[in-house]
Structures are given as structure tokens and as C-alpha cells.
Design a protein around this ligand. Structure first.
Ligand SMILES: [Zn+2]
Length: 289
């Protein structure tokens, strides 16, 4: 009885304080212009396509039973993503599963709208669930800007190494926290009729705070999470890789507009391991301070 009353009071408090849904989205401005610019969509390898903006990666995985979209860019990326999917000859409404690599506004700004428009199910790393519901307000760093994207509820919470299957494609989610509590990468096999490629969609663990890890009260395990993520990311085996930002995997150097299908352009493993090492060095320097 008491708990029921408490519950009602809590619900009422949420409604009348206007705490989440009543507040307006304050997406940070002054972002790099490349985040909002168009770029040519293209086939990366097998059933994996690039449909994002010039720098904010969005990936479409086309299966024989609907499609998967990973990351949505900013709120203003939506028309670009839709146009890119159309240009490739696919149906925006065929998106059945939505995924993200991290709960920051530059990767899920359009998520609530895409989810509503397509009716697709959103699967997320369980540790980013709170950030999604709060519109980013609960994030240890970006929370200082308030609500930075439209709050969105997930349909399924994923744990490390959990599988996501749609039609003939199965992805594995790799829990790689630090950048956000539920940052993650995805790995899967794709075949283009000639060859099978193991593709890594990597979320690189960059550090976004100036203060010490010990001062991050909203994320007490942050330093340990980064340390574990670096170890895990150094051990991943794959053939091709891409990332949450085009600039992180040098997309526009690897592929010029109008270029023919060439999966091997993304086989550059040396850059992946160098990027991880460089980021780890920044991390090691930071914890010594
Ligand atoms: Zn981020």
C-alpha cells in the first residue's frame, strides 16, 4: 500500500516538475561544420553501407528481413541520412533495429524522431539507458549542458558480447565503457559473394574531460572502465574497421567521392591499433598527473 502511494507520488512529481519531457532540448551549437555537411553514401563491404554526414558516421546494415541503423548524428542529420538511404536504393521505413555506439548528442540527436517515424526497436548497451532517458542530462560531462537530445526509451538492454540478429545478419556488441558508461563497438561478418569480411564498427575511447578522473562523481568507475576498454580493444581481431566519426578512420582519405566498391580500403588495421595506442598514451599521462 505504502509503496503504491510512493509510486503515484513519484509519477506525479515527474509530470508536474516537467523534469524531463517538459524541458526543451539544448543541443550544443558551434560544432565542426563537417558534422552537418552532406557526403556521398556508399557500400563499405557486403551488406554494410555508409549513410551518415561528412563526419558523423551512420551505418546501414541491409538484411533479408529489414535493416539496422547504427548512430543518427545530430538532430539536423536526419534529412541527410534519409536522403542517403534513398540514394542507395533502400527504404528508410525498412529500418527494424536502431543501435548506437555512445549516448552523446552527436550520435543520437535524431534517434527519437527516427524511432517514431520507422517504428524500429532501439537496442542499447544497458549502461547508457539512464543517459538516453534523461536526454543526456545524466551524463558525467555533457550533463552540464542539460538536455542535449530528445529523451528516448530503449526496447532492449544489451550486455557485453550479446548478439543482435536480424534476418541473415548477427552482430556482437562489445561493451567498451569510459567515453560514456555504455559506449560500445559492434563486430559482425559480412559476405559480398566473393569474400567474407569480419567488420569492426569501433567506438574509439577518447577522453573528454580536463578534470581528474577522481573528480568525476557521477561516474566513479570511469578510470577503471577506460583501462579495461583499452586492453579489450587491443585484442580485437577483424578484417575491416570503421568508427563513430569519419575522421577517426580517415574515411575521406581512404575513399574519394565516386570511387568504385572497394572493401579493402577499410582494411587499414595499423591505423586502428595506432589510434588505440595514442589514446591510451593520453590516458596514461592523465592518470599520472
Ligand atoms: Zn562522444
Amino acid at each position: 500500500m505504502i509503496s503504491a502511494v510512493k509510486y503515484i507520488v513519484l509519477i506525479a512529481a515527474l509530470f508536474f516538475s516537467g523534469s524531463i519531457f517538459g524541458q526543451k532540448v539544448n543541443e550544443p551549437k558551434n560544432n565542426p561544420k563537417e558534422w552537418s555537411e552532406k557526403t556521398e553514401p556508399f557500400r563499405i563491404a557486403g551488406n554494410l553501407y555508409y549513410v551518415g554526414t561528412y563526419d558523423l558516421s551512420s551505418y546501414l546494415i541491409v538484411t533479408n528481413n529489414g535493416n539496422i541503423l547504427i548512430n543518427t548524428g545530430l538532430a539536423n542529420s536526419l534529412p541527410i541520412i534519409k536522403e542517403n538511404i534513398k540514394k542507395l536504393g533502400f527504404d528508410y521505413k525498412a529500418i527494424k533495429i536502431l543501435l548506437i555506439t555512445q549516448a552523446h548528442f552527436d550520435h543520437l540527436g535524431a534517434m527519437a524522431d527516427i524511432k517514431a517515424e520507422t517504428g524500429a526497436k532501439l537496442y542499447i548497451d544497458e549502461k547508457d539507458a539512464a543517459a538516453l532517458i534523461s536526454g543526456g542530462k545524466s551524463d558525467y560531462e555533457m550533463g552540464k549542458y542539460g538536455i542535449t537530445f530528445k529523451p528516448v526509451k530503449s526496447n532492449r538492454l544489451l550486455k557485453n558480447n550479446e548478439k543482435i540478429t536480424l534476418g541473415n545478419t548477427t552482430l556482437t556488441m562489445l561493451h567498451q565503457p569510459g567515453h560514456t558508461k555504455g559506449s560500445c563497438s559492434f563486430i559482425f561478418n559480412t559476405n559480398d559473394g566473393k569474400k567474407t569480411y569480419r567488420v569492426l564498427i569501433a567506438n574509439l575511447p577518447s577522453i573528454i574531460i580536463d578534470r581528474k578522473f577522481s573528480e568525476v562523481k557521477d561516474y566513479p568507475g570511469i578510470q577503471n572502465d577506460y583501462a579495461k576498454t583499452f586492453q579489450a580493444m587491443k585484442k580485437i581481431d577483424f578484417d575491416l574497421w570503421v568508427a563513430s566519426h569519419a575522421s577517426q578512420f580517415n574515411l575521406h582519405e581512404k575513399r574519394k567521392s565516386g570511387a568504385a566498391y572497394n572493401p579493402n580500403a577499410f582494411a587499414d588495421k595499423a591505423t586502428y591499433f595506432k589510434n588505440i595506442k595514442d589514446l591510451e598514451n593520453i590516458f596514461l599521462k592523465k592518470i599520472k598527473q
